[in-house]
Design a binder for this molecule. Structure first.
Ligand SMILES: N[C@@H](CCC(=O)N[C@@H](CS)C(=O)NCC(=O)O)C(=O)O
Length: 201
């Protein structure tokens, strides 16, 4: 398997998953913002010039959530995934998709407005709005974690997706000081050797 990867990107989720499962993979390393990601050559692999992308034999697949579900369906024996027979299967799916659906759009805005744009183009209204929406989205995760260690029954792909989104939100500058359960959760996740390895790549 080959993973198109950049440090501090959503590709970390996939490296984390591959490490958890003990699967062999090679990395094609980029940096976020790399011009090669916009090349015609790379756009044959991902038409929008994004990472992560996974190649597995004849399969090429992008979208981190889809890649995660693909890997779990093909290579996991149930250790990190739930099936429709598990009572928390709906929550498992919900929290897999919550990362991109409800957290990351605002995190993107925050990164663009606070890091990527030149000072004259930065817009404080956009920053304030993104922070407000992230707070609402994270508050929901915090409530979910008030009486459990993981989002859906056991440590699973849902934690890789939404746990990583919480980690990304915090790193982008979201204030999680009032979200005690997320703080503990991030510590739990960061103590996993597979996550440590993925963020060191
Ligand atoms: N929804 C997509 C988002 C992919 C995405 O936006 N990736 C970012 C990195 S986190 C990227 O490729 N940025 C590279 C760039 O814009 O140069 C996913 O979950 O895979």
């Amino acid at each position: 398997m080959k993973l198109y990867f950049a440090p501090r990107s959503r590709a970390v989720r996939i490296a984390w998953l591959l490490e958890e499962l003990g699967l062999k993979y090679e990395l094609e390393h980029f940096k976020v913002g790399d011009k090669t990601l916009r090349s015609a050559e790379y756009k044959k692999i991902h038409p929008m010039g994004r990472i992560p992308v996974l190649e597995d034999g004849k399969v090429t697949i992008y979208e981190s959530g889809a890649i995660l579900q693909y890997i779990l369906a093909k290579y996991d024996n149930g250790s990190l995934s739930l099936t429709h027979k598990d009572p928390e299967f709906p929550e498992y799916l919900q929290w897999i998709h919550y990362a991109e659906g409800s957290i990351m759009q605002q995190v993107n805005t925050l990164v663009v407005e606070t890091i990527l744009l030149p000072p004259e183009k930065k817009n404080e209204v956009n920053v304030a709005r993104a922070l407000k929406l992230i707070k609402i989205a994270l508050s929901n995760v915090n409530s979910r974690l008030s009486d459990r260690e993981y989002l859906a029954g056991k440590f699973s792909g849902a934690d890789i997706m939404t746990g990583h989104a919480c980690y990304g939100a915090r790193n982008a500058g979201a204030d999680i000081s009032e979200f005690m359960h997320i703080q503990d959760y991030l510590e739990r996740l960061l103590s996993r050797p597979a996550f440590k390895k993925a963020i060191s790549l």
